[in-house]
Design a protein around this ligand. Structure first.
Ligand code: CDP
Ligand code: CDP
Length: 226
């Protein structure tokens, strides 16, 4: 018996998934799991260990070897690889540029999906990513596909980088990089980014964070009542 629902939030880069998922989880007392952080952690470990991200066997072995951990934190959840904090390091431009190649490796996805299903097994979870509603948790009671225009998503990430002091390119280059990653994520053969048939599509282009959190919360409450 599930103690709470499984809530899947998927969508393209920088649509607001993690920000919104974290707040929704807090509101319902659910666990939050950022699956993108897991693919980013594998990518960072490969870069740090000099493993070619296109060497599929080596990266897959690495994914099975490392221990990825989460701890609550503000303003964002803290991420650890083999006990070492990587919260900031996994957001670097170099990781951004390589993560889609790592995430396209079938054996890497197999390992991550197994870990994600274990984390979500007891219910009471909000999980965000690209393939949560389609592959990781196909029976999730609530599935959201969160989108926003590419220009708005680039603008948000640009502002966030400036706020956090993360080195960034121009807004136009950032938008191009985001669109490149969306294309790779949507066109890969294993679990591409795509909306699940039973997902609710939410366009946040003109919505505030609070408005998106309220909309998703209302959907969860309705589902809880059933
Ligand atoms: O935060 P942002 O949207 O920029 O990316 P993310 O959610 O941290 O995900 C980083 C990358 O991991 C994505 O571009 C995908 O290549 C991959 N990913 C995936 O393949 N499947 C997931 N469930 C989550 C992320
Ligand atoms: O997880 P994902 O890559 O989908 O996006 P995110 O990292 O949660 O959000 C990207 C940025 O957009 C963050 O700086 C949020 O504060 C901001 N955001 C926003 O300005 N308005 C929204 N409705 C949602 C997010």
């Amino acid at each position: 018996i599930l103690k709470g629902l499984q809530v899947a939030i998927d969508g393209p880069a920088s649509a607001g998934k993690s920000t919104v998922a974290k707040q929704v989880a807090k509101r319902f007392g659910y666990i939050y799991c950022d699956t993108g952080a897991m693919y980013r952690s594998v990518t960072l470990a490969a870069l740090n260990q000099g493993i070619d991200v296109h060497d599929q066997a080596a990266v897959a072995a690495l994914a099975q070897r490392i221990k990825i951990g989460f701890e609550p934190g503000e303003p964002e959840q803290r991420v650890f690889v083999d006990g070492k904090e990587v919260t900031a390091a996994i957001r670097s431009n170099e990781v951004n540029a390589n993560v889609s190649a790592v995430a396209a490796i079938p054996a890497v996805r197999e390992e991550m999906v197994a870990q994600q299903r274990q984390i979500a097994a007891a219910g009471g979870i909000v999980m965000d990513g690209r393939d949560i509603g389609t592959t990781v948790l196909p029976n999730a009671q609530v599935k959201i596909f969160l989108v926003a225009s590419a220009h708005e998503r680039a603008r948000r990430r640009f502002e966030e980088n400036q706020r956090k002091g993360i080195a960034t390119t121009t807004l136009a280059e950032l938008q191009a990089a985001i669109e490149r990653r969306d294309k790779l994520d949507s066109e890969r053969s294993v679990s591409p980014l795509t909306q699940a048939q039973d997902a609710i599509r939410l366009d946040s282009t003109h919505l505030s964070i609070a408005q998106v959190v309220d909309e998703i919360s209302a959907i969860i409450k309705k589902s809880e009542a059933n």
